[in-house]
Write a protein that binds this ligand. Structure first.
Ligand SMILES: NC(=O)c1ccc[n+]([C@@H]2O[C@H](COP(=O)([O-])OP(=O)(O)OC[C@H]3O[C@@H](n4cnc5c(N)ncnc54)[C@H](O)[C@@H]3O)[C@@H](O)[C@H]2O)c1
Length: 346
């Protein structure tokens, strides 16, 4: 049994609570929130889980090995730092921190204390993403030249972060994972429709080496909940629509263009319009996979798939994207530098 404490029992934290409480190899030691009303509801639903408004209670408990931080973004850095310094393993929700400097600092503390540092890039644990990655690694798609993702809904308007910081971490982590490369530059444009200075619609373009692009569109200003990813390879195209049933979530399209430089000009480029086939996926809730992975990394002292370095990388793209949003210009993204030992991958 791995002892885990949860901080944040809000809308998303509630999902963590149900998930952790349902894992047979996890003992949910604590649920911590500042909101007493929420904790009363937690006690009704999960009478076996002790609740507290004190983060210190939780980290003082020696049987609490790991802490899941699902409170609001500005609290991620101070709470994660305190937990790591107390010798706990940490899984912190996205965005890992509000600055790259803070994210690197968390990596340093985790490395110094030999603790697991994981970030909640949920899509990394969606069965579709490793399956699409395998298609790319097996060469089935050819060279991936373009990724397009759309993440929209008519959802909660946050006042402590804009939609770029709230939604795009998922799309940035997917783009970096599937491109297998570091983006050289980011350009964002956005609109603050409802609240002054808090963009509720943002379009971002990540430029990767070799004329490759990831286009990310995120919005709270859309009647439809859209979770769509398109991956354009030189051989095949893949469309992942998370709103569809498992059997049709990921479709592989044998489409593209054939270029024959030695043919006469009129026949040099031909369209390839082959068939479409679904990709068979393991049917499992991503949060269950993510939560089990955290517990397993604690038990085996291993590096998570979405480790602290991945978290810092995404924060850095978010930060430079924010700069672009404010200046209207494309901004180069230096790669974050890490020092210290790295642990073996899970
Ligand atoms: N991975 C995902 O797919 C995903 C999805 C949604 C939200 N999130 C992330 O999860 C986090 C929480 O989101 P939410 O929608 O549940 O927010 P929320 O506002 O509904 O809940 C946040 C909770 O944190 C509590 N809190 C704030 N400061 C605290 C502190 N210092 N100590 C203890 N509790 C504290 C609040 O009382 C509140 O109950 C955010 O970082 C968000 O970006 C991740």
């Amino acid at each position: 049994m791995t002892g885990i404490g949860l901080v944040g029992a809000g809308k998303w934290g509630g999902n963590w609570l149900r998930t952790l409480a349902g894992l047979s190899d996890v003992s949910l030691r604590w649920c911590c929130d500042l909101n007493e009303g929420l904790l009363a509801k937690v006690r009704e639903q999960f009478p076996q889980v002790p609740t507290t408004t004190s983060f210190d209670d939780m980290i003082r408990d020696p049987a609490t090995e790991g802490i899941v931080i699902a409170s609001i973004a500005p609290t991620h850095f101070p709470l994660a730092k305190k937990a790591l310094e107390a010798g706990k393993h940490v899984m912190v929700e996205k965005p890992m921190t509000l600055t790259t400097v803070d994210a690197i600092e968390l990596n340093r503390i985790a490395s110094r204390n030999n603790r697991v540092l994981m970030v909640g890039h949920l899509m990394e644990y969606h069965p579709a993403i490793p399956a699409i990655r395998k298609l790319i690694q097996d060469g089935e798609l050819g060279d991936v030249m373009r990724i397009e993702s759309r993440r929209t809904n008519h959802g909660t308007l946050r006042s402590d972060e804009n939609v770029w910081w709230s939604f795009a971490p998922h799309d940035i982590s997917i783009a970096v994972r599937l491109m297998g490369d570091w983006p050289e530059a980011v350009q964002c444009e956005g609109q603050c429709i409802v609240q002054p200075n808090i963009a509720d619609v943002v379009g971002g373009t990540l430029r990767f080496p070799g004329n490759r692009i990831a286009r990310i569109d995120v919005s709270w200003h859309d009647p439809a909940k859209v979770r769509e990813l398109k991956v354009y390879g030189t051989k095949k195209w893949v469309v992942f629509d998370d709103a569809l049933p498992w059997e049709r979530k990921v479709l592989i399209h044998d489409r593209g263009f054939e270029v024959n430089p030695s043919a006469p000009p009129a026949q040099r480029i031909t369209m390839r319009q082959g068939g479409t086939k679904p990709l068979v996926l393991e049917q499992c809730e991503p949060l269950v996979i993510e939560a089990s992975h955290f517990a397993q990394c604690i038990r085996t002292n291993s590096r998570p798939i979405s480790d602290g370095h991945a978290g810092a990388a995404v924060v850095s793209v978010l930060e430079y994207g924010q700069r672009s949003l404010e200046t209207g210009r494309e901004v180069a993204i230096p790669k974050p530098e890490f020092n210290g030992p790295t642990r073996k991958a899970a």
